[in-house]
Design a protein around this ligand. Structure first.
Ligand code: PEP
Ligand code: MN
Length: 264
């Protein structure tokens, strides 16, 4: 179902408010790594709305490497995200990690995110396939493109046709980036599937100083959108403190990406 052979045209996903993913316009998804508080989330939402961003991300269920790290605010986090987004006219994307949370999350998210660590959580993929809500599927940390495409097929095979893929870097021996952004994944996924493809510059690189060239590279390779993390005060962030942009840095980043002419 995901294959280009079954559908020649690009799939364009329509989110609420007429926001299109995979169409003529590029999408910029921005927001904090984690929803930490009402104030933090509202501050980001206000800044994003001012910059003209339409879709805000924010993690409420955080799949952390250490069990002692901040695990997210759970359903409370989803509520905070929704309220802040509604206040500023934004749409929401948030990661769901438990199949049982898919249904309850529907009231709070416009897009269900399935994270890299859960790309092959098949029960979660099936549950996301049962609902009629767009899904943003992240590539696994060490997933081949074939495995990534099969994961998308799991969702679509249950009837949910609104799937977007996002390259977020894979594990290699390279240590100067957190993961290795696999730019070649973008044209291959565009060629092999008809689904929208995004690039997550934050989690792939894990560093702020190369976000603009990596976003440009993703767009030049054919990506339909970019994801980036933004926090009012990254130094105090409860997750990914080292790599989130502050609001001023985000505005600069977004302006630079737009100025490249690659952001449609
Ligand atoms: C995220 O986007 O919040 C996240 C945890 O990313 P990933 O699943 O790609 O590691
Ligand atoms: Mn993060």
């Amino acid at each position: 179902l995901v294959s280009r052979k079954t559908r020649k045209e690009d799939t364009v996903i329509e989110l609420p408010q007429g926001v299109l993913v995979g169409g003529a316009a590029s999408l910029m998804v921005a927001g904090p790594c984690s929803v930490e508080s009402e104030e933090q989330t509202r501050t980001v939402a206000a800044a994003l709305a001012k910059a003209g961003i339409k879709v805000m991300r924010g993690g409420a269920f955080k799949p952390r490497t250490s069990p002692y790290d901040f695990q997210g605010l759970g359903m409370d986090g989803l509520r905070i995200l929704r309220e802040a987004a509604d206040e500023y006219g934004l749409l929401t994307i948030s990661e769901i990690v438990d199949p049982a949370h898919i249904e309850p999350a529907l009231d709070y998210v416009d897009v269900i995110q399935i994270g890299a660590r859960n790309m092959q959580n098949f029960e979660l993929l099936k549950a996301a396939g049962e609902v009629r809500k767009p899904v943003l599927l992240k590539r696994g940390l060490a997933a081949t493109l074939e495995e990534f495409i099969h994961a998308a097929e799991y969702i679509m095979s249950r009837g949910n046709t609104e799937v977007m893929l996002i390259e977020r870097g894979i594990r290699t021996y390279e240590k100067w980036t957190r993961n290795t952004l696999d730019i070649s994944a973008v044209p291959i996924l565009k060629q092999e599937t008809h689904l929208p493809v995004l690039v997550d510059v934050t989690h792939s690189t894990g560093r702020k100083d190369i976000l603009v060239p990596c976003a440009k590279a993703g767009l030049a390779a054919g990506a339909d959108g970019i994801m980036v993390e933004v926090h009012p005060d990254p130094a105090t962030a409860l997750s990914d403190a080292a790599q989130q942009l502050n609001i001023e840095e985000f505005n600069q980043f977004y302006n630079d990406v737009k100025a490249s002419g690659l952001f449609r």
